[in-house]
Write a protein that binds this ligand. Structure first.
Ligand code: NAG
Length: 136
């Protein structure tokens, strides 16, 4: 009985993410840039890693675990998933119309605004993740 459950469980995991959970994870270098406003001339830049085909949220957690100068919080929105709330103690505020904007500078230098959040965005190697405290 136990044996059968193990087999079923492994098969389910394999269907979910072939290989990646049983092999060692390949890490890709990325940068995280924190801007306190859109015209912040002296933004903070942090180097970290994202798992190959892993989500940005994982990379932000890895960065927070390894660098005392970076911390963030997020909330779980029932419709949109993990939502970035604060970076380094600065929180977006609906009343003040502020939020943390997510942008990405791709390896070829183009700045894009992903249409998904930190829980769904899958960074590629050498991308720069730009978090900007912004008004709406
Ligand atoms: C948001 O801003 C308003 C107005 O300044 C303030 O009263 C409120 O406490 C803030 N909310 C949070 C969660 O910080």
């Amino acid at each position: 009985m136990m044996m059968m459950m193990t087999v079923v469980l492994s098969a389910a995991l394999l269907l979910l993410i072939p290989g990646t959970l049983t092999q060692s994870i390949k890490l890709l270098p990325i940068d995280v840039v924190v801007k306190t406003s859109s015209n912040d001339i002296d933004p903070l830049t942090f180097s970290t890693h994202v798992a190959d085909r892993g989500i940005l949220l994982g990379a932000l957690n890895r960065l927070m675990d390894t660098n005392a100068n970076f911390k963030f919080t997020y909330s779980d929105n029932p419709n949109f998933g993990p939502y970035l709330e604060s970076v380094n103690g600065v929180a977006g505020n609906d009343t003040q119309h502020t939020y943390w904007k997510l942008q990405v500078k791709t390896a070829d230098g183009k700045v894009i605004t992903p249409d998904v959040g930190i829980g769904c965005y899958i960074p590629k190697a050498n991308e720069q993740i730009i978090l900007t405290f912004s008004k709406w």
